[in-house]
Design a protein around this ligand. Structure first.
Ligand SMILES: [Cu+2]
Length: 162
């Protein structure tokens, strides 16, 4: 009898683990950083996606960890690590990381009408965090900040859903 109970217990544990694995949601940590305010950002710095700029000179960045997740529910925990600036993060699907986005030169922002926003957190103050959850299919996605000049200053990254 004791043996049987043990077996039943083992089976229950296996079932529970399988269920957890099937429904586990991926969690992506997103950090927003900038080096030194907005000075000099009035002219596009040409570090946008697909522009082959030297990203080492980027003044602003979006970092994601991990950069690859499984399809399904994905929770994005966003933290603004900047010391002074408010940022935002917008998530959209792209074809590939060399794609050039339509850009509004006058406003120094990505033309958001040209690329469908799937999720976003608007206005995150320094040291604050916020999150959003999406159901994502396999593909490539950009996360970017579209405050004036920030995208071209390097404030974007690409992640993959498998
Ligand atoms: Cu920004």
């Amino acid at each position: 009898m004791l043996k049987l109970l043990k077996r039943v217990g083992g089976l229950l544990i296996i079932t529970a683990l399988t269920a957890t694995a099937a429904y586990a949601e991926a969690v992506v940590q997103v950090t927003l950083i900038d080096k030194a305010g907005t000075a000099g950002l009035s002219k596009p710095m040409k570090l946008g996606m697909g522009m082959k700029g030297d990203m080492k000179t980027a003044r602003m960045a979006v970092n994601v960890n991990p950069m690859v997740v499984s399809r399904g529910t994905v929770k994005f925990n966003v933290t603004n690590l900047a010391s002074e600036l408010v940022h935002e993060v917008i998530l959209a699907e792209i074809n590939d990381e060399n794609q050039k986005l339509a850009f509004d030169e006058a406003k120094n922002i990505v033309d958001e009408e040209s690329i469908q926003t799937l999720g976003q957190v608007a206005e995150i103050a320094p040291s604050k965090s916020a999150s959003f959850t999406l159901n994502l299919k396999p593909g490539k996605y950009i996360l970017y900040c579209n405050y004036g000049g920030h995208f071209m200053a390097g404030m974007w990254t690409v992640m993959k859903v498998e």
